[in-house]
Design a protein around this ligand. Structure first.
Ligand SMILES: [Zn+2]
Length: 193
């Protein structure tokens, strides 16, 4: 899956979970930082890929990305497993605890969940691709859905670009439209005069 599909999937899964478990009394700072953390979580597992958005803009032409990729066992390896997701969640929590003093109005617990939901959405989405995902590492088996490889998605090709990505955006629009009043009242409470 491409980075933008992962970002759309991350916010979609977060939206679905928020609809099921609405948060009351979160600050605007928590909402903003939570959104950013969710989007970072949505692409974080691809740090094992030298061409990931993370590395592309760094100097040395992705050399660092290649190094980290090798360290993590290559693409679709450690960071694309439950074990790796757990490590990312642990690292994310550590970083949030370190950052908490400079963002006192942010509920780091809610932000951490937004990040973890982003990471989870990544593994779920990659499961629908031809390569599959080694969910149960160190057991070196890649799982995909549907089980028949030919029926799965090829990254960046027509099904993803013309169906999956627009489908996620439509779902997001639907979620916003059906919870419009709640969103407006949240904005009024925190941003309005
Ligand atoms: Zn991936």
């Amino acid at each position: 899956m491409t980075g933008r599909t992962h970002d759309a999937a991350a916010i979609t899964l977060l939206g679905i979970i928020l609809v099921a478990h609405p948060l009351t009394n979160i600050t605007l700072a928590t909402a903003v930082v939570g959104f950013i953390a969710n989007q970072i979580g949505g692409i974080a597992p691809d740090i094992d890929q030298p061409t990931a958005p993370f590395w592309r803009n760094l100097p040395a032409e992705g050399l660092l990305g290649k190094f980290v990729g090798k360290l993590l066992g290559g693409h679709r390896f450690l960071t694309h497993s439950l074990l790796g997701a757990g490590l990312l969640a642990y690292a994310g929590h550590w970083l949030l605890v370190v950052l908490q003093p400079i963002m006192p109005r942010v509920d780091i617990n809610a932000v951490w969940w937004a990040f973890v939901i982003g990471v989870a959405s990544h593994l779920i989405m990659d499961t629908f691709t031809k390569e599959g995902v080694p969910w149960l590492l160190p057991i070196p088996v890649k799982f995909g859905f549907p089980p028949v490889k030919a029926l799965r998605i090829t990254t960046g090709k027509i099904v993803e670009v013309a169906l999956i990505f627009p489908g996620l955006i439509l779902l997001d629009i639907y979620l916003v439209a059906t919870h419009y009043n709640a969103i407006v009242s949240f904005i009024h409470t925190h941003v309005g005069s």
